[in-house]
Design a protein around this ligand. Sequence first.
Ligand code: BES
Ligand code: MN
Ligand code: ZN
Length: 502
Amino acid sequence: MEYFVKSGNPEKQRVGCVVVGVFDRRKLTEAAETLDRITEGALGTVLRRGDMDGKAGQTLVLHSLPAIFADRVMLVGLGKEREFDENAFRKTNAAAAAALRKTGAIDAISYLTHQEVKGRDFYWNVQQALLATEGEYYRFDDMRGAKAREDLPQYKLERITFDVPRRSDLPAGEQGLKEALAMNQGATLAKNLGNLPGNICTPSYLAEQAKKIAGPHPIKVRVIDRDEMEKLGMGALLSVARGSRQPPKLILLEYMQGTRDAKPIALVGKGLTFDAGGISLKPADKMDEMKFDMCGGASVLGTFKAVAELKLPINLVGAIPASENLPDGQANKPGDIVTSMAGITIEVLNTDAEGRLILADALTYVEKTYDPALVIDVATLTGACVIALGGFPSGLFSNHAPLARALLEAGEQVGDRAWQMPLWEDYQSMLKSEFADVANVTGSREGGAITAACFLHRFTRKMKWAHLDVAGTAWKGKRATGRPVLLLTQFLLNYLAKKHEE
Ligand code: BES
Ligand code: MN
Ligand code: ZN
């Protein structure tokens, strides 16, 4: 799909379809009003006949209206005007996008981007309209056979223009469009990698993809393999990988386009390409979904993609510890004690709490190698996080309040929200081990997302650090969501904007 931003009158558009909003109780928006006037009441007539009343998400296509240039007009229900908020904006734009693709129109212009949302501007409107549209159009059919792929529905729609009210709104709209396109590329990449099955998306595959993504950009990729991990003393990461025939990889990315002396921001993503639980084997039900256990890593790759596409002047490093977690003769056994790169010994009481093991060594490596300004890790870390928060927000933990605030704010902005949970010292006592410095799980399941974060904190104390538990948000049903690429990219954009203010 190609996208444009423009400012023009709805009645003058020579396009396949003009999209305008109608609020609940058939209240026309300004653009709909204009079309109604010019067509001598055609829109009002249809609405009065009862074909649509403006409930959120309704759509109705009208053909061959008089006195306008467009082939079609699509009415989109926006719901109650007083309740029109950010969520309604996204939802109605997505509904419009879905309906639009079912028409025969090749191009369309949407006036839904005229609808102002409290506290937001036309940068936001265009950004969110594009993201909602692309979110709707995403499909993953790479794994279907050739015949099935041929039979996939073909859509005619090629171009969508988002209209803004005034010419003076164009720069903001265009910026929104540009940034949303890059964000969407990043999120799409994360979705594609997430949706791939474990037999294809292995640690080695992830490493190859990282190199491929870096290709056209000033991104350096370095992959640490087993031998080097051994030299570095990454006993925690290696212990997880021992249960699998796939060699582990620690994928490192460096994008140093900021000022020379600025410390980098570090992103660390769990790249567990399949989590069977190891010797503490998971039950069979829904185990297929554990192919998504690399979504944290995929979101780091996606964020690098977005940042590089936008050529952001920033120093960014990434680390993705990639491994499988399978039961095997060499696998971790409950009670095994391993020594992490940080020198902290860990008693592996449950081999299914493997994410924190591989992240511990990656976080230590990042601290020692890059001395980052701040580090954010992203991981499908705990089922407990899904129990606590459900599938709407990601769980956020941080030892630095301003960082937590900035992440929460970025998430709100792009609709990829997080919710903060405590990282109190009280919980640390739950991780006591009879024999080692720390246990990888607690005796009970209480506060499981928090104790997992507290485990990671043992390895990040010296850094400004945040942890996003995306166990409930990285996929929905059986589909990867690409989260939290939008949150992370918006966070970096905001971070740069603030830097200029200082
Ligand atoms: N990858 C899982 C977490 C997970 C489970 C994410 C289900 C999404 C849905 C992680 O490695 C894991 O197995 N965690 C255990 C920790 C437990 C053993 C303390 C869990 O959540 O059950
Ligand atoms: Mn696990
Ligand atoms: Zn896992």
